[in-house]
Design a protein around this ligand. Structure first.
Ligand code: PEP
Ligand code: MN
Length: 258
């Protein structure tokens, strides 16, 4: 039995929550520019990865701790809450020290019980909200297991993010959505908010809108979207990042008023 407590930051009077920001923090200027455009649109929670779990080495693996200083400026200048990915207890310690408001756990982390256990223990005694992505493999027990480890450590302000599942070979999606698994998660833990990450499901800009539409038709609590002030030159996940203006068009299409 997992006890779920509401995350006030996500519950804006029954409205859909939209969390947006770049795949990776790349420079202070990129973060401030992207965040100020998103903030003017009414987005209240800013995402950015500073430690990036890249599939292959010798690609951009994130700016690291320097990004925490930049995110402090984002908070000061826009008043937005900031969410970053953590994948080990050191990341947790640095995030907490630097006033990060919310944490997310990536798909590769949720898939690893050892990593999950270490992270859960490092969070003990804190009350920070944690967003838990589905594991890369379509195993609902692993997803629930990650939530249980957090719950056993007293972390109850949690939400889930459906970001699709790995498959082999060419598919329409970068990570195939399995709506039934997320629906089953909702059946088993009804109070748990579930967000959709159309960016990592789709892997391309054109797929963001149709995937988000499907998610909203299924009553998801909101969206977790990658947005960059200049997606074409992004250092990671360039193909799936959209500009703040494109996000606005998509939200208008979805009839989401922030
Ligand atoms: C991300 O959100 O940038 C990310 C690395 O996500 P995932 O764990 O879904 O691959
Ligand atoms: Mn990404």
């Amino acid at each position: 039995m997992i006890e779920i407590k509401p995350i006030e930051e996500l519950n804006a009077q029954g409205k859909k929550v939209v969390i947006a920001g770049p795949c990776s923090a790349e420079s202070e200027a990129q973060l401030l520019e992207t965040a100020s455009q998103l903030s003017q649109m009414g987005i209240k929670i800013f995402r950015a990865g500073i430690w990036k779990p890249r599939t292959r080495p010798n690609t951009f693996e994130g700016i690291g701790e320097l990004g925490l200083k930049w995110l402090k400026r984002v908070k000061e200048e826009t008043g937005m809450k900031c969410v970053i990915e953590v994948a080990n207890p050191y990341h947790v310690e640095k995030a907490l020290e630097n006033g990060i408001d919310i944490l997310w756990l990536g798909a590769r982390t949720t898939a690893s019980p050892f990593a999950m256990q270490d992270i859960a223990l490092s969070l003990k005694g804190t009350d920070i909200p944690v967003l838990v992505k589905n594991p890369i493999n379509p195993d609902i027990e692993l997803w629930i297991g990650a939530l249980e480890r957090l719950s056993l450590a007293g972390i109850n302000r949690v939400a889930a993010i459906h970001r699709g599942f790995s498959t082999y070979g060419d598919t329409t999606y970068r990570n195939t959505p399995i709506w039934e698994i997320a629906a089953e998660l909702h059946n088993r833990i009804p109070e748990l908010p579930v967000l959709c990450d159309p960016s990592h499901i789709g892997g391309s800009r054109e797929l963001i809108l149709p995937i988000a539409e499907t998610a909203l038709s299924r009553n998801y609590a909101g969206l977790f979207v990658e947005v960059h002030n200049n997606p074409d030159i992004a250092l990671s996940d360039s193909n799936q990042q959209i500009t703040p203006a494109t996000l606005q068009t998509i939200l208008n299409n979805l009839k989401i008023n922030l």
